[in-house]
Ligand binder design. Structure first.
Ligand code: PEP
Length: 238
């Protein structure tokens, strides 16, 4: 299975960040990474300005969210169809930072269906908090979250396992924790769906994480803002 390296810039990105795909391609040229897919998910405002540069650098564009309807009176929202018009191919859904703002698995499921209908690929994020992990309930919690978040989805999707306590904290899940959780997720979603790990992935830990069985790529937050680091993480996929 081709590995997938996704960068989530979150709410970071000055206009000059639009040129980062070119910088990435200089460090890790497209001809040397046929075995990988690279996706950048910038703030939506930067997407139009990055389309051409991403195409030239063989990097795909992703969005950090979208609405589950096509259009209407939903101030501040953006639809999957609008994103598709700007060559977006992937949409991150149910990131824990959005779930913390009240997004439910039921909403994630509706969004995932809409994203699939537009022939884009949903990257559905799941992950437990520290309290749940310490209570020994992490596998059960994540299984339920997946079942609710992908409910009736029957097209291609990607799962990103992102333990909340590892996101933006500098604390990474142990290799054993990652392996065990990915085995559980694999049992639920079958052999053909990619499972990414996310949570403080950096240049030091990427190679070890990417070697773990059933880790088909990584979702990188902070370290994806620096193209030297992001390219190094992608190179670590082998
Ligand atoms: C993320 O935003 O999905 C993430 C994993 O962030 P970080 O790599 O900074 O922990």
């Amino acid at each position: 299975m081709k590995k997938l390296i996704v960068g989530n810039w979150k709410m970071n990105g000055e206009p000059e960040c639009s040129s980062k795909p070119t910088k990435f391609d200089e460090i890790y040229p497209s001809h040397a990474r046929d075995h990988l897919d690279i996706v950048l998910c910038p703030p939506s405002l930067l997407i139009p300005g990055m389309m051409e540069l991403c195409r030239n650098a063989n990097i795909q564009l992703g969005s950090q969210n979208c609405h589950y309807l096509d259009k209407g009176a939903y101030t501040g929202e953006i639809s999957a169809g609008m994103l598709k018009n700007f060559n977006v191919k992937f949409v991150i859904l149910g990131h824990s930072e959005r779930r913390a703002m009240g997004e439910t698995s039921e909403e994630v499921s509706l969004k995932a269906i809409k994203v699939s209908e537009e022939d884009l690929t949903p990257i559905v994020c799941v992950g437990e908090n520290l309290e749940i992990r310490n209570a020994g309930q992490a596998h059960k919690f994540v299984s339920e979250q997946i079942e609710k978040s992908i409910a009736t989805l029957n097209k291609d999707f990607i799962i990103a396992y992102e333990p909340i306590w590892a996101i933006g904290t500098g604390v990474t899940a142990s290799i054993d924790d990652i392996r065990n959780m990915h085995i559980e997720i694999r049992k639920i979603i079958g052999p053909d769906i990619k499972i990414l790990y996310g949570g403080s992935v950096n240049i030091k830990n990427a190679a070890d994480i990417l070697k773990v069985e059933n880790v088909n790529g990584v979702l990188v937050g902070g370290a994806s803002l620096d193209m030297v680091d992001f390219a190094f993480i992608a190179k670590a996929a082998g």
